[in-house]
Design a protein around this ligand. Sequence first.
Ligand code: SF4
Length: 368
Amino acid sequence: MSWVFVRPDAVRVWRDPEVNRRLSWYKAVMLDEAQAKFLIAKSVPSGVGRPGDLSERELWDLHKSLREDFEKRWEEAKRGRRFKPVENSFLDVKIELAKRLLGPPCRLCERRCPVDRRQRWGACLVDAKAYVHSAFLHLGEEAPLVPSGTIFYGGCPFKCVFCQNWDISQVRPRDAPAFDPPSLARLQARLRAEGARNVNHVGGDPIPSAHVIIESFKYLDVNVPQLWNSNMYMTEELLELLLDLIDIWLPDLKYWSDQCAWRLSAVRNYRSVVTRNILRAAQKGDMIIRHLVMPNHLECDTFPILEWIAENLKDRVLVNIMEQYRPEHLVLKHPERWPDIARPVSWEEVKKAREYATKLGIVWEPVS
Ligand code: SF4
């Protein structure tokens, strides 16, 4: 018998009616009262024996039509109906499309690097394999999620100068073991058996490893909610593949200003890409939005982000206003280059952010 420590607030949080309403699908899967979406996707017959023979256009058309069947089944699954997997399914179409996104150019994230990921790596520093640096029951995530079966993948499309996980996100994964889809499925099953409420795909960022994660579902028959913990800089194409597989989203909404995103994370078009993806994902799954309050960035980023959430998603998502910013990585080495973020965030700044969220009617407290 194994024992899992359960944080008291991880139990208490479910007494909140808004948490229950906003995370109702995730909760049903977590308690095994409904099948995870990836299991439903495996039950939708594709009608195609070898999706690899189809052109990419034909695959997307097929994907579109199969989603209609998936959506009907998902509605029935919400009422407790269970489905059996079939040989050639909607998931197989997704697996084939995810492989095509490897390029050239790679179309997993909006950097769209001009590389064939099967031959070499792109800006994320990951080739066609999924490198897992660690995997364990994480007790430090938001209360509704813990213990969370967290898998840390190497690589990231972002180059954040303050990254706290720079040792796995900003270096070529040399020592981390490469996981193929069956071994990744076994890892997920093991985490669930150890008491995980969910499988939490994170990193770095899971986007560069998405094709392996998607294929791992072919070998996973354990019912467990799938959680996507990400900067959400994926392409629309990848998001379309993930929408029918991910039960709960944990997007990190960092910036409102594209200038801040470029200066601190070296990404272009941050706001339009990430808000587009968050809006779309929130239509198709439960969501907790994370926002890390950074020193001196209330006016340019925090306040407008909270206003955007209040305007677009206030009644549908939970929000975690995070207070743990501290200078790390390049900011620690060269504080003079980024003087605005070269100190920890102050309690006064976090308080202002939380007060503003409350004023806007955003539900943030139950998950902090
Ligand atoms: S996932 Fe990596 S290789 Fe692909 S476009 Fe993004 S940064 Fe480039």
